[in-house]
Design a binder for this molecule. Sequence first.
Ligand code: ATP
Length: 387
Amino acid sequence: MSGAVRRCAVGQVGATIAGGLNQAVNIETNQSEGSCVEGVERTAYLGCFGERTQHAMTTSDQAVETHGLRKLYGGKPAVDGIDLMIPKGSIFGLLGPNGAGKTTTVRMLATLARPDGGEARVLGHDLVREAAALRRRIALTGQFASVDEDLSGQENLVLIGRLLGFSRKGARARAEELLEAFGIADAANKQAKSYSGGMRRRLDIASSLVTTPELLFLDEPTTGLDPRSRNQVWDIIRRLTAAGTTVLLTTQYLEEADQLADRIAVIDHGRMIAEGTSTELKASVGAGALHVRLAEPGRREAAQTILEKALGVTVEFDSEPRRLNAMVPDDASAGHALAALADAGIAVSDFSLGQPSLDEVFFALTGHHTETETPVAAEAVSKEAAQ
Ligand code: ATP
């Protein structure tokens, strides 16, 4: 049960930092702020995704506001001057490949790592000077499942509730509510080690919600999950924000940011390279990604010339010798381009038109690839060409 104990040891009674245990042990605990047990009980019983305790200190409409936020490791910037504005009640996505600086940004905003430069206010609190007060109002679910594997789902949640100051009865009631809401009630009494990846992830997020935070950090909440589990986690996130919690999530998947986030910041090498709504982001790189596979590899150069003329954009050769890829300005132009290939007698064995992958967005924004594998967009439409 070391996991759960450490989880709560860093978040003193009343605090709600709950995830990312191996990260959480590094934060300074605060003994001077006192307990808010009463507030915890009251907030929790307003419902699983219920109203949150209101704090008079908060005046801004922004949940997060940073200017030039920086973090150095070994003298090298992991986060290199990030400016963020995240309105309360919204879902904000930090999108980037491995090593971009997403986790470091979240760790700073959740008070787990001290910034080396810049300024930040989170829920109206100065990130450094008022870290202890801020910790009571936020929660974090880190990248790795931090539940205690030897305990059952129910025991994990009850333990956290007790350590957060709930009565025995109150902790049990809250655990039952969460297990029900997160679809793990049937496995409530089974050891967490017998849970599937998706169930563990849901239990992990539930652990961060024993009290309802005003701001929830989710670090890559669905990495490694199958599509069904991923959709369940997405539903949970949507319900949380519908109840008023602000969510800052990191992801490597454009589709995830697209599905969930009101606004997205794309980061690379510690810097923000683009920010906007999903529509704005995609419009800046093209409406969709067209992938064409030719029947004969020998026609690829001729096909590239025709497609570039029809689309008015650069068409790239894929590593697969018969394929070409392009970001298209709109769906209609993709149709015209394919018709132009047919007119020139170039046979297409198949094509797809779908949402650009993160790698394609990156390439369009930076001129280099992400160096990580990205999943093919789930909504990609693939059709056999009748040739
Ligand atoms: P991932 O998805 O792999 O977690 P990320 O976008 O979250 O990627 P970070 O984990 O924030 O990226 O890492 C940003 C950079 O800072 C990387 O080069 C990483 O190696 C480095 N870094 C992160 N934490 C530390 C640390 N504790 N000590 C030294 N370097 C670190």
